[in-house]
Design a binder for this molecule. Structure first.
Ligand code: NAI
Length: 345
């Protein structure tokens, strides 16, 4: 029986994981707390840990897990910037869920964008109080506008299709442009200069951290709308706030926030908000914040549970080779063992 310590468990996670776990001879120790150096002890006695986006799986945590005999870190997310995969190499295998519903995230990005530009959030509150005034609710047509998409992977491409359905002109930037995709790739600076709307769909890496900052905002069109459903660290929040205050940025739609780990996914309504930047952002009429919920559809939750249980099983079975294993060498053609259908180490 495989025992899995499941950190940052939420009520919506449990039913699907319990069901798939039972089918595959696996038990989950559901823990409400996040994984970090103070809580790692809770994984003692388990063979694997299952973590989400705000668990902090740094080198110290990995060493403790290894010491307890934990041999697998199963991310139930696509992004893995919160796991030190270099420190894990040779000790603890790491698996993730590369795709569970790219539609969920792309559709949420468009939902945020429509809500913001057509002022649906304002109208909703007004009509509930029988205020039927239209003052201040003027939006703009999407048709004919230029949208700049950064990152044309699974989610970015679906978002592009959605935008094309609205009659928008799409330009894109990707470090690895997709060949023969019919996507109009431009250099990043040109994307910043030409776009009416910018939507981020690339991973958070050392290279992409704060790609939206003072210098890039300076290059953008006045009134640009920025959408981030990828990772908070892509945006320098203080610079974004300045851009909004100076009216350079027309609106921001944020499903992620660089300091989200302390606040997102929790009910903080009875607390004083200590994060001044977030509080100021939320107070802006042209900023919409959702708390990392872009993935949250029934289809996605089901796929996440199914793939994660499959990942765990295949890593423990028959010295299983798991397609969804990752390490810092993945993608490096010379050293990547996975490309030769082997384990990362
Ligand atoms: P993907 O791996 O299919 O696509 C990422 C794309 O970004 C690739 O085409 C890659 O070449 C490109 N890229 C890599 N480095 C880049 C750089 N420096 N500049 C520009 N492009 C670069 O990933 P997918 O599934 O489309 O997910 C995108 C991101 O969405 C993930 O990294 C994750 O952080 C975020 N995400 C957010 C969720 C949410 O609930 N808000 C849920 C799932 C993913």
């Amino acid at each position: 029986m495989i025992k899995v310590a499941f950190f940052d468990a939420k009520p919506y996670d449990i039913p699907s994981f319990e069901a798939y776990g039972k089918e595959h001879d696996m038990t989950f120790r559901f823990l409400e707390t996040k994984l970090n150096e103070d809580t790692v002890e809770l994984a003692r006695g388990c063979n694997a840990v299952c973590v989400f986006v705000n668990d902090n799986v740094n080198a110290a945590v990995i060493d403790r897990l290894y010491e307890f005999g934990v041999r697998l870190i199963a991310l139930r997310s696509a992004g893995y910037n919160n796991v030190d995969i270099r420190a894990a190499f040779g000790k603890v295998h790491v698996v993730h869920v590369p795709a569970y519903s790219p539609y969920a995230v792309a559709e949420h990005a468009m939902a945020l964008l429509l809500t913001s530009v057509r002022r649906i959030h304002k109208a909703y509150n007004r009509t509930r109080e029988f205020n039927f005034s239209l003052s201040g609710l003027t939006g703009f047509d999407f048709h004919g506008k230029t949208v700049g998409v950064v990152g044309t992977g699974k989610i970015g491409r679906i978002f592009i299709d959605i935008c094309r359905g609205f009659g928008m002109h799409v330009i894109a930037y990707d470090l690895f442009p997709a060949k023969d995709s019919g996507i109009d790739y431009v250099p990043l600076d040109e994307l910043f200069e030409r776009s009416d709307i910018i939507s981020l769909h690339c991973p958070l890496t050392d290279e992409t951290r704060h790609m939206i900052g003072e210098a890039s905002i300076e290059k953008m069109k006045k009134g640009v709308v920025i959408v981030n459903t990828s990772r908070g660290g892509l945006i320098d929040t203080a610079a974004l706030l300045e851009g909004i205050k100076s009216r350079k940025v027309g609106a921001a739609c944020l499903d992620v926030y660089e300091e989200e780990a302390d606040v997102f996914f929790e009910d903080r309504s009875g607390h004083i908000m200590n994060d001044e930047l977030l509080a100021r952002l939320i107070s802006m009429p042209n900023v919409i914040v959702t708390s990392h919920q872009a993935f949250l559809t029934e289809e996605a939750l089901n796929n996440i549970a199914e793939t994660t249980v499959h990942n765990i099983r295949s890593c423990f079975d028959n010295d299983g080779i798991c397609d969804n294993e990752l390490c810092y060498r993945c993608g490096d053609i010379e050293h990547c063992k996975k490309q030769r259908k082997q384990r990362c180490f």
